[in-house]
Design a protein around this ligand. Structure first.
Ligand code: PLP
Length: 404
């Protein structure tokens, strides 16, 4: 039995039970079975003084207050989805945004804020370990947030940490090579500096960064958490109350909200998250084996498969549902991407259907060429996000594309 299916979880209920019931406590109390969707943009106040008090509390990052006041400050549909994700992540708080990139932006702004509110003359920087998601790399490399980035090796974080280090940013498993970064080792090197993990490739049933010492766990909920290719969303979870307030403060002020319709769809997808991930993981493991035996495939990447097995076992409950493999050249990769019929050639991942893409030209097209070759984003690399179809059907499709 894979570890993810065991019930010896730190929380009081098993992870599948949590996925089904989280964020729904008030729904039963209201006599409902499914979460209601509240689309109000504003809320009638019950009194001026209590409304004024709520405005002030929300402006400083409160999670709830006596009056909701205005949709940018509070929305109950979004709050229920956040509470569900927080439970799955073993977090006290989750803050949801309009996309994964909005979540990353808010986290970086909150980290900068923590430093400059103590010392307005400071020049905060982020330490980041490549490879990370292409647009995340683009954001960190750009001057638009007023935050410098130092790209460091995972083993060199300690020697670069200083009083102006606002955050250590890592992604594990990393996109697209599925290389792992040791969260606990990064935390130890970072000391007091907060560590944020982009855990998009390993949703809560596979990995919970906060359990390994991370300050924040971020997801593009557009991927596994939404899971059906119809939601764009981002979430950041934490057990640090000051961080949670800062994350909400940034959201209230900059407005990177998650719409309640999207929050509803996200919440609706969470009960099936463990089942979806565990089924797709078993199919992905089967496909990885078949790829390894195929003569057109040079190398198969899957967490813990050929290396980092100990770290994988410590940090994740299984290898996950993502595979990357190298077919040697850009032309051969093009041929595979353009020949699959059942699989969809598209960016994104974590959906119920299987997606295939070419990182060097698609998700990581904007990444610096030298950084691409330094981090294994080769011209022949393909990335597969395995869905819920039958393994034999997927293999028939992929093998005809590889043979072609
Ligand atoms: C997709 C993705 C993001 C960005 O999320 P959006 O919802 O597209 O804004 C960030 N990190 C990783 C690892 C991703 O896969």
């Amino acid at each position: 039995m894979p570890a993810a299916e065991s019930e010896d979880d730190a929380s009081t209920t098993g992870p599948r039970t949590t996925a089904v019931h989280a964020g729904r406590a008030d729904i039963r109390a209201r006599g409902l079975h499914a979460p209601p969707i509240d689309l109000s943009s504003t809320y009638p106040i019950s009194g001026m003084d209590s409304a004024a008090n709520s405005v002030t509390e929300f402006a400083h990052g409160a999670r709830v207050s006596d009056e909701p006041v205005y949709a940018r400050l509070y929305n109950p549909t979004v709050a229920n989805a956040e509470s569900a994700v927080a439970d799955l992540e073993h977090a006290s708080d989750c803050v949801a945004y309009g996309s994964g990139m909005a979540a990353m932006t808010a986290t970086l702004m909150a980290a900068r804020l923590a430093i400059v509110s103590e010392n307005p003359d400071a020049h905060p920087h982020v330490l980041a370990v490549r490879p990370i998601y292409g647009t995340g790399d683009h954001l960190l490399s750009s001057p638009m947030l007023g935050l410098d980035v130092k790209w460091v090796d995972a083993d060199d974080v300690a020697q670069h940490v200083g009083p102006e280090t606002a955050l250590v940013w890592i992604e594990t498993p990393a996109n697209p090579t599925l290389e792992l970064v040791d969260i606990a080792a990064i935390k130890e090197q970072a000391g007091e500096v907060p560590v944020c993990v982009d855990s998009t490739f390993a949703p809560p049933v596979l990995q919970r960064p906060l359990d390994h010492g991370a300050t924040c766990s971020m997801h593009s909920a557009t991927k596994f958490l939404g899971g059906h290719g119809d939601v764009v969303a981002g979430v950041v979870s934490t057990n640090d109350a000051e961080w949670a307030d800062r994350l909400r403060h940034v959201r209230v002020v900059t407005g990177g909200l998650l719409h309640p319709m999207a929050a509803y769809l996200l919440h609706r997808s969470l009960p099936s998250l463990p089942g979806r991930v565990l089924q797709a993981q078993s199919t992905a493991t089967d496909l990885a084996e078949r790829c390894e035996e195929h003569t057109a495939v040079q190398r198969v990447h899957m967490p813990g498969r050929s290396e980092q097995a100990d770290l994988r076992a410590r940090q994740m409950s299984g290898p996950g549902t993502m595979i990357a493999f190298d077919v040697g050249t850009r032309e051969k990769a093009r041929n595979v991407v353009e020949s699959v019929e059942l699989m969809t050639a598209a960016v994104s991942l974590g959906s119920v259907d299987t997606l295939i893409q070419h990182p060097a030209s698609m998700t990581h097209g904007v990444v610096d060429e030298a950084a691409k070759s330094d981090h294994g984003i080769t011209p022949g690399l393909l990335r597969l996000s395995v869905g819920l179809e039958n393994a034999d059907d997927l293999w028939q499709d992929l093998s005809q594309a590889l043979d072609g």
